[in-house]
Design a protein around this ligand. Sequence first.
Ligand code: HMG
Length: 448
Amino acid sequence: MTAVGIDAIEIRTGKLQLDLPNTFAPKKGEDPEKYTKGLGLEVSSFPDVYEDIVTMGANAAKRLMDRKGLDPDDVGRIDVATESAFDHSKPVSTYIAGCLEQVYDGDFRHANKGERKFACVAGTQAIDDAYNWIRAGRNRGRSALVIATDTALYERGDPGEATQGGGAVAMLVSEDPSIVELSTEQGYGSMDETDFLKPNQQFPSVDGKRSVQVYLSRMREALEDYEAVAGPVSVDAVTYAPFHTPFPGMVRKAGLFAYRHITRNSPVEDELAAAIGRRQPRETDYDSRDAYEEAISEYMDDLKEADQYREWYAETIEPTLGLSRVVGNWYTGSVHLARASALRDAADRGLDEEFVGRQLLIGSYGSGAQAEIHSETVRDGWKAEIEALNIDDQLASRYDLSFEEYEQVHDVHDYDKSVDVEEFTTPEAEFVFTGWGRMNERTYDYVE
Ligand code: HMG
């Protein structure tokens, strides 16, 4: 069977940044370490006045197409995953295709375009759709462009405000891919939940503490479901485990649960028993659910401090958080940033051919709620693709907002407000938002 997977990735960050410990925390009267140590965040990215989900997505897609030498005819499908859409009917992919058609010869007239919605898991679902389309033999040799783009804003004053972000990840899904092959096996954990939702409103209604528990529960179910088809996941088989990262502290919790799960009944559990003084609690050994849960919680406290766990976390999870720490939550793009962070770490560590064939365990999650686990196998073009990213330059050139400027930028991207704010950066060789057309559609131009 021909391999199908991710052939190219491009990342586009919003061009503004908010320093959380130094600019945001003092205005909130909070300890900066709540952000850096508790949530694990340093900086959030925000779009400038002339940027939005369309420009960020189109700019990422253009760099990807230029770098891969693609024409519109090479793309048979454009799917955008977003939870920041401004139109209930016309998909964001049509706006992005319209932008790209301004600068390429040819058009996307024969490409299937759509928009995927299921909170943050939609980016992975769009990749799955592309995979299925190619596997079904309907692609006519063409690739799919999947773009995860969001402006992840919360209501001012909501606890989620600390975890905001804005940016896009464009991915090309193809046969014989350069970066990773996707596993056919997938596991799901899916339930009707009201942890985070946007019922006809731009900013989410959030039950923050509960959303953390829902994330952990659905991820556990997805992992169990994945193992039911793919067999048990072992500690040694997984080189990196990129998870959806609303903030790194969330993944710190998820990593601990995942480790407990994958070491249970394995030789590692016996090694750990020597360090911790006992094996994992089994529910059958306790008289009540409460007693069992208390024993689990005590075991987890000890597990967290065990050398074996700390080493595994430092190698397998921590490297996936690099980009998230300095951009915040990008909703649909977040797990794809985690994958990119992992691959960047492998390149920084000087890995090359020995990394080919290694496995990533991808944990995607969307509120509402659904988790998906699948695995990916690294392909031999991974390094050249990852080294072609220019995200470091983009991050370094972001405009650093004062708190008062951040307040203005939040208003600019509030669809219910109309404010006149000067742009903070100068557009150059990129798509920009120019205003509204006769039917209230958003309009865009390419600035040389
Ligand atoms: P909060 O209540 O302001 O924060 O909001 P907290 O008091 O719980 O503190 C956060 C952490 O910092 C805690 O760590 C504190 O102990 C620690 P933990 O105990 O949890 O390990 N802390 C400190 N550490 C060091 N020094 C200090 C200090 N002070 C505190 N001085 C909350 C937290 C997550 C509720 C909030 O950020 C929120 O509502 N976020 C939005 C919802 C969210 O991100 N949920 C995550 C799971 S749901 C999800 O991932 C889906 C999502 O991406 C949407 C989608 O799918 O579309 C959100």
